[in-house]
Design a protein around this ligand. Structure first.
Ligand SMILES: [Zn+2]
Length: 458
């Protein structure tokens, strides 16, 4: 997911094409629920140890074709992730990992995620047959017994294809049992409980030299404060832990290829991902997860020491933001909502490409829809009374109290027509000032907080 575009900024045909194709892919991903959704949940202690296994993979892909090659498997000292909902309860993700108990063939863990490759696959170079590789890391709780792990990909017709599968003995000597690198400086920013019962956010320093450690700490504190000033994070702050990990970079800043600026930084973050000026990512998913492994974490935010506007998110994996643009706090929370809760962009692209979107296919993202039937619209419990669908821009009705109307406002997911968002304004759209998530986005974030930090664990 790309950071907001500047409203007055010029976009190249290439950028528009990429955004358009990203949206096509999102819609193509719709209508498929994770096959595991209906399955009864799994008892953690029956099947798992309090350790994690981190699988490093290389994904290779071009348009309509991708491959997975396995790298090292690394054991981590604890599993800070969910223990109640081990089978992923959401329909999200263009890829998925599934773990089966070998003896019973029971699905005991699953999780959905996106990768940069699924975005790359929609670009012109991929369409021209040019392969590229993306290093990713996938972490699972460590099973007690022999297991099978699968990496799947959601196809455009919404079936799942298994890209890779392997049977693994937990005693396999090839599993690397080395200690995590503890040389980074750790700052505890907000501590409320044990990592296994909390949503654990880690800020990683990128592009800060050794002399800029205090600046990183101040930047991470500023982002934490901004997050807890906004709902739904404010009311759930007791269900989150926040830490910062600092490793120095050899040079200050990160790569900006469009300006011929190159910096040797800890995570090799770079602007211009996929050729988009403001798209800032760190594409090395191996280095990223090795860095984060110093602390227990559920979700990663990379803070990039730069004044330039930019950010990016790989949904259900990590997000990146700069820290010194006037809009950096807002970019952080917008990108974090992508990566944490699979929220779609609600803003509208500069050009309408609705003719390229197949009718009748509903995106899986929780905050945009093509559905206008009030009995079936995904946020129907939140609809304002007697609100017309679609909802006219100037509809003056009010929901209970003075809250803004919840309906179906046309425009979202980069599309001007045929796609609808819940409220006029939202931080996932153009609702920058004041920064506020719409009620549907808030609820989607709350569901994800509940996934990581079940309320009965408080
Ligand atoms: Zn929203």
């Amino acid at each position: 997911m790309v950071a907001w575009s500047s409203r007055n900024g010029k976009q190249t045909r290439m950028q528009l094409r990429i955004r358009m194709l990203l949206s096509v892919f999102a819609i193509c991903s719709a209508l498929t629920c994770c096959a595991s959704q209906a399955q009864e949940q799994v008892d953690f202690d029956t099947y798992f140890q309090d350790q994690a296994l981190r699988f490093e993979f290389f994904l290779f892909g071009k348009k309509s074709e991708s491959k997975v090659v396995q790298g090292p498997v690394v054991q981590e000292s604890s599993w800070p992730g969910p223990r109640k909902q081990l089978v992923f309860p959401f329909p999200y993700g263009k890829n998925a990992v599934r773990v089966y108990d070998q003896a019973s063939d029971k699905l005991i863990y699953s999780y959905g995620f996106d990768t940069l490759l699924s975005e790359y696959a929609t670009t012109p170079p991929a369409a021209q047959g040019k392969w590229r590789s993306v290093p990713i890391s996938v972490r699972i709780p460590k099973p007690k017994a022999r297991f099978r792990i699968e990496i799947l990909e959601r196809l455009k017709d919404n079936r799942w294809a298994t890209l890779w599968s392997e049977e693994i003995k937990t005693s396999d000597r090839g599993i690397l049992r080395e200690s995590a690198d503890q040389r980074g400086a750790v700052f505890e920013l907000h501590k409320t409980g044990e990592p296994k019962d909390r949503l654990d956010l880690v800020f990683l320093a990128e592009g800060y030299t050794a002399s800029e450690q205090e600046k990183f700490q101040a930047d991470a504190q500023r982002m934490t404060q901004f997050m807890f000033e906004h709902e739904p994070f404010r009311k759930h702050r007791a269900r989150m832990n926040v830490v910062g990990v600092f490793r120095d970079s050899y040079e200050s800043g990160v790569d900006e290829p469009d300006k011929r600026v190159y910096r040797n930084s800890a995570l090799n973050a770079s602007f211009n991902s996929l050729g988009i000026d403001r798209y800032l990512l760190t594409e090395d998913g191996h280095a990223l997860k090795r860095y984060a492994a110093q602390v227990p974490y559920d979700t990663i935010v990379v803070l990039v020491n730069s004044k330039r506007y930019g950010g990016g998110a790989i949904c259900l994996d990590y997000c990146v933001t700069t820290v010194d643009d006037p809009r950096s706090e807002a970019v952080f929370l917008h990108e974090f909502a992508h990566s944490l809760a699979y929220l779609a962009d609600e803003y509208i692209g500069a050009v309408t490409y609705s003719d390229l979107y197949p009718e009748g296919v509903e995106p899986v993202e929780p905050n945009i829809t093509r559905e206008l039937d009030r009995e079936n619209i995904k946020w129907r419990p939140l609809l304002s009374q007697e609100v017309p669908l679609p909802t006219p821009k100037d509809f003056s009705g009010q929901s209970q109290g003075q809250a803004p109307v919840v309906g179906a406002f046309e425009g979202g997911g980069y599309l001007r027509t045929g796609m609808y968002r819940p409220q006029r304004s939202c931080a996932m759209g153009d609702g920058l000032e004041p920064f506020q998530f719409c009620v549907v986005c808030q609820e989607a974030i709350e569901r994800m907080i509940e996934y990581y930090a079940p309320s009965q664990s408080e």
